[in-house]
Design a protein around this ligand. Structure first.
Ligand code: ZN
Length: 372
């Protein structure tokens, strides 16, 4: 088996997904097996299901030193045509702070998200929100764009096509999405944004460098997008030089999710470790999850980064954004918020409130409170 462990201790993963509290033990097993010490749970909200944020709050409550929570925005009011009353986006920011969330996760900027809600981030709908986040200083992990090949029916990978991640001329285009981000950053230059998946600029390091130079508070994370590893393996020396030059701007991430088996999780984290640390030429291992595609899709060449660069990427850069220890969860407010999300889901989609993840989490958190 093709297992690769990091030589660095105390790795902080800035990009992990928690699918459901039924997978609590699985995620702990994944931490153990990969040697990742803390995880930022990036929590995209699904207001129709009453899920997304609650399961992450639960993990924070149970393991307060291990899990950071980056809360996604709730667009229920907009998406339900006003039937559901959610807080305004700016009010949500204040609530996340009060809850003890460590940051915000955004998916608004992935073309699929735009298909669901066609509001550019430069729209007045987001105006107060951006001002509020900038003022409060919460870090954001933001998924903007997708790999170029998703707009090209001939080049889109099979695993992406199966998920309907292929886009056409009617979808928002890659350059428009980048232009919207530039506009937001011009209006709010103090925003602390980590763009997920290397901002999908791994095929153009010159442009990535220009972006960093223009936006001193921006960072990229390393969550695969396996194309990122393939693109940056074409010229490992140039990539290595880029990573050394911008060592303060790159945040480790895996996109691990709790549903993965331990073998899949080790494969996923392992390719990133090995790519950063070794000089090896290798392929994605057979046991890797579906989203990484098959081994024959590409070749990865390690960058053998120096230890002082590795520790910044694995830990220090995240600490500068979110601190070394997660914020403390306000449990009673978390219970209240979960109950509200459960009730909103019922109005929104007819899902009985009691059957939502939010309701299950509210119940767990109250029974634990009683146990204390
Ligand atoms: Zn992700």
């Amino acid at each position: 088996m093709d297992v690769w462990n990091s030589k660095i201790q105390g790795i902080m993963d800035g990009h992990v997904h928690m699918d459901t509290i039924a997978e609590e033990a699985s995620l702990l097993d994944i931490c153990e097996a990969t040697g990742i010490t803390t995880m930022a749970l990036v929590s995209i909200q699904d207001p129709a299901a009453g899920a997304g944020l609650p399961q992450s709050l639960y993990m924070k409550a149970r393991y307060p030193e291990r899990f950071f929570v980056f809360a996604g925005l709730n667009h229920a009011t907009q998406l339900s045509g006003g039937r559901v009353k959610a807080l305004s986006l700016a009010e949500q920011v204040d609530m996340f702070v009060e809850l003890g969330c460590d940051g915000i996760k955004m998916i608004e900027g992935k073309p699929t998200s735009r298909q669901r809600m066609d509001i550019p981030v430069t729209d007045p709908y987001f105006a107060e929100y951006w001002a509020r986040v900038e003022e409060v200083g919460l870090p954001i992990v933001w998924h903007v764009n997708d790999p170029e090949e998703f707009w090209n029916p001939e080049r889109i990978p099979g695993w992406a096509k199966e998920r309907n991640w292929g886009y056409g001329p009617d979808d928002v285009q890659k350059e428009s999405l980048y232009a919207e981000v530039d506009e937001v950053l011009a209006r709010h230059p103090k925003l602390k944004i980590t763009f997920a998946h290397f901002y999908f600029l791994s095929a153009d390091l010159e442009r990535a460098g220009r972006f960093f130079d223009m936006h001193p508070t921006a960072r990229f994370d390393l969550a695969p997008g396996v194309e990122m590893l393939y693109n940056l393996s074409r010229d490992p020396d140039a990539s290595r030089a880029f990573f050394i030059k911008y060592a303060d701007r790159i945040v480790f991430g895996t996109d691990l999710f709790s549903r993965l088996s331990v073998a899949q999780a080790r494969a996923r984290a392992g390719i990133v470790f090995r790519w950063l640390e070794s000089e090896d030429t290798f392929h994605v291992p057979e046991e890797a999850d579906f989203l990484l595609g098959p081994p024959e899709d590409g070749t990865i060449r390690g960058m053998a980064l120096p230890v002082e660069v590795l520790t910044r990427i694995y830990r220090d850069n995240f600490i500068r954004l979110a601190g070394s220890v997660p914020c403390a969860l306000n449990v009673s407010l978390a219970v209240e918020e979960c109950r509200r999300l459960a009730a909103m889901a019922e109005v929104f989609s007819g899902t009985p409130a009691a059957e939502t993840e939010a309701a299950r989490v509210a119940m767990q958190l109250t029974s634990e409170e009683c146990n204390e």
